[in-house]
Design a protein around this ligand. Structure first.
Ligand code: AMP
Length: 501
């Protein structure tokens, strides 16, 4: 098998674009998928964002569409030939930018439509005619209903991040969209995991697909050290401080399950002396990009984020990932910890488990097929319990009713749906669209975050804030952590009522 693009016989305009991108060799998913997609076969690919899968499907797809290339100004000569569906606007924007770069020396046109933006500019683009349409399902249906998008000449459809789309509840939308497409077509499905639902979707819409896996699905990298610590909600921040200190970790992602929890945690950690930024769905695109930039520059040590906000961001190889909340979906655990330990580097993934998380932890155990041992954190004397409690008082003073109500108890599913800007139907959808009305995709060449991988900043060798704040000598991990206890043993003590969400 070749690893060089030059052996692929890509058409000159595509080969030139690849060379301009500076790609030297193909990534594993590209090596495997490009030759298959070039033959027009259906593909079921297990690959996450960051593996180079956008080029893996878009280069061969563009190559096959070159026969339709023309410079006519008539929209009729530019029908939609390829449809790429993604779950979120960020991903759609990111993929569309990449496709535009790969197609820039061809006459093939591409555009993107997603929720949270005025439909008019999108309509104008669609009416001019485009060969490659990148879209989120909800907004695409709006355009289909408004007769702005006609899909009866689609030859290729890509269901990217398919597990996410099902997770959000896009299955009915996907089914409707697929019903508008010609039966004879190539369908490419990419998913980080092959759950039974994904297999069912593939069974219904793919024909004799070739299965391609770059890392076995549901498998976590062996370079990631996975630790599960028992911590009740009041002790979780203290546990973070302790682990950061004992492991000498300078930068980390901290995942939480809700937007509200994300904002609260970021505020509290900031108050406790850690340089922290929050990344969640209520932040504007500009705020998100600023937070990311600050993290990449090392101006921020901790990025507290929700799954959706972090999804698809091209930040690789973060030294450590914390799960402040155990994710509701075990697949999210795999996504989250995939942020660390990349490319052979060692990484640390710490999950803080409270008494009510038994079922969620059992789900993770089943998915990753590894026994999970729950450990106890042994705290140094100087760990700032008082400060943490002050933080909790401050939350209460700020009021936990109304907008400040507990997001998890108000419905995690709804919270997750709101998080995605493309949720269709109901009040949330319209409100979210209103909120994001001002959002515009970044110009193709102006978005540095999606174009370069995460690199530790020059300044990260300096002592991090939590080190500087402490004078006590550092103790080793082994001295701080009690012998392992089995999860089952701990959870036996949990009553049935508290063991469910
Ligand atoms: P993706 O998984 O498609 O989101 O790609 C992740 C990142 O990898 C993007 O920034 C791409 O520009 C980059 N990339 C894709 N293919 C290659 C390659 N063969 N060599 C180097 N970088 C690549």
């Amino acid at each position: 098998m070749t690893s060089s693009f030059s052996n692929l016989s890509l058409a000159e305009p595509l080969a030139r674009a690849v060379a301009e991108m500076g790609y030297e060799s193909m990534t594993p998913i590209q090596e495997q998928a490009i030759p298959v997609v070039l033959t027009g076969q259906d593909v079921m690919g297990a690959a996450q964002t960051g593996t180079g899968k956008t080029a893996a499907f878009s280069l061969p797809l563009l190559q096959r569409l070159l026969k339709h290339e023309n410079s006519s100004t008539s929209p009729a000569r530019h029908p939609v030939r390829a449809l790429v569906l993604l779950p979120t606007r960020e991903l759609a924007d990111q993929v569309a930018q990449q496709i535009a770069l790969y197609a820039k020396h061809t006459k093939l046109r591409s555009t993107v439509v997603f929720g949270g933006m005025d439909m008019k500019p999108q309509t104008l683009e669609l009416k001019k005619g485009v060969e490659v349409l990148v879209a989120t399902p909800g907004r695409l249906l709006d355009h289909i209903e408004a007769k702005n998008a006609v899909l009866n000449q689609v030859e290729y459809v890509v269901l990217d991040e398919a597990d996410r789309m099902l997770d959000i509840g896009f299955l009915p939308d996907l089914q409707r969209i697929l019903s508008y497409l010609p039966k004879t077509r190539t369908t490419l499905l990419f998913s980080a995991t092959f759950s039974p639902e994904i297999k069912r979707l593939a069974g219904s819409y793919l024909q004799n697909p070739i299965t391609i896996e770059v890392a076995r699905p549901n498998e976590t990298a062996s370079t990631v050290e996975q630790r599960f610590y028992s911590a009740n909600d009041d002790d979780k921040r203290r546990a973070i401080h302790q682990v950061l200190k004992t492991r000498g970790i300078k930068q980390a992602f901290i995942f939480v399950n809700s937007k509200l929890g994300c904002a609260r945690l970021a505020r509290s950690l900031e108050r406790e002396g850690l340089k922290t930024a929050a990344l969640h769905g209520d932040k504007s695109q500009d705020e998100r990009l600023k937070a990311l930039e600050a993290f990449k520059k090392g101006e921020v040590d901790l990025l507290v984020c929700t799954d959706v906000a972090a999804r698809g961001l091209d930040i690789k190889d973060v030294p450590a990932v914390f799960n402040f909340d155990v994710p509701f979906n075990a697949e999210d655990y795999v996504h989250r910890i995939g942020r660390t330990g990349r490319a052979g580097a060692s990484g640390l993934a710490v999950t803080l488990v409270s008494g009510s998380d038994a079922r969620l932890v059992a789900d993770i155990e089943k998915l990753i097929k590894k026994k999970i041992d729950l450990e106890a954190v042994e705290y140094d004397e100087d760990q700032p319990r008082g400060r943490i409690n002050d933080g909790r008082r401050a939350w209460r003073e700020a009021g936990e009713t109304g907008d400040g109500r507990d997001a998890i108890s108000s419905g995690p599913r709804r919270e997750r749906e709101r998080e995605r800007g493309d949720f269709r139907g109901g009040r949330e959808s319209r409100e979210t669209r209103e909120q994001h009305r001002g959002f515009r995709p970044a110009a193709v060449s102006r978005d540095p975050f999606f174009e370069k991988p995460y690199e530790a900043s020059a300044g990260v060798d300096a002592a991090p804030a939590w080190e500087a704040a402490k004078s006590a000598p550092r103790s080793s991990v082994s001295a701080n952590i009690k012998p392992k206890r089995k999860v089952a043993a701990l959870f036996k003590a949990v009553s049935p009522e508290t063991s469910t969400q």
